[in-house]
Ligand binder design. Structure first.
Ligand code: PNS
Length: 159
């Protein structure tokens, strides 16, 4: 059985993230999407909200499990016995920071490999930061985030 972990802060999940999840789910028997803490960002959605929004967004993907972890990614992966991390890269800046994180994670657990998937052509300019910016201006969200996320933003009166 092949497994991979797709970690991120997902604040919130975007259509770009969903594209990576779908592509990873076609490559591996099981994909664990793990909502984690990025200590450089202060989140808009709680961890529980982010997990619930991702679960609703991947409901049709049988081999995707959504979890959260507030510890180190390398420890989470080792505890699960999963040696592959998936990351999406949109540009050279992403490539540099993901290469650095891959080296840090391998330093923590040498068996842990990071596979970088290029972002889908339509999603190269997508980011959770951009979505949070659009919320400030009450923009329609359907073109950036999965429908359950857009619906939740409407319910909160944010779009
Ligand atoms: O979606 P993001 O914010 O780019 O994801 C970054 C994330 C959450 C994957 C990264 O910050 C992370 O791995 N956090 C967990 C703590 C950890 O293991 N840090 C060391 C690796 S850099």
């Amino acid at each position: 059985m092949s497994s991979a972990i797709y970690p991120g802060s997902f604040d919130p999940i975007t259509l770009g993230h969903l594209d990576i999840i779908r592509r990873a789910a076609a490559l591996f028997d099981t994909v664990y999407v793990c909502v984690m803490v990025n200590c450089e960002k202060s989140p808009l959605f709680t961890m529980e909200e982010r997990v619930a929004l991702i679960r609703a967004s991947v409901a049709e993907l049988d081999n995707v499990q959504v979890e959260s972890c507030s510890g180190l990614l390398a420890d989470y992966a080792r505890d699960k016995g999963v040696r592959v991390l998936i990351k999406g890269v949109r540009n050279a800046t992403d490539f540099d920071s993901e290469s650095q994180m891959a080296a840090i994670n391998r330093g923590l657990w040498p068996e842990l490999e990071t596979l970088l998937l290029p972002a889908g052509a339509s999603y190269r300019h997508f980011s959770s930061t951009m979505v949070r910016e659009m919320i400030r201006y009450a923009q329609p969200m359907e073109r950036y985030v999965p429908l359950p996320v857009a619906a939740e933003m409407k319910r909160k009166g944010w779009s």
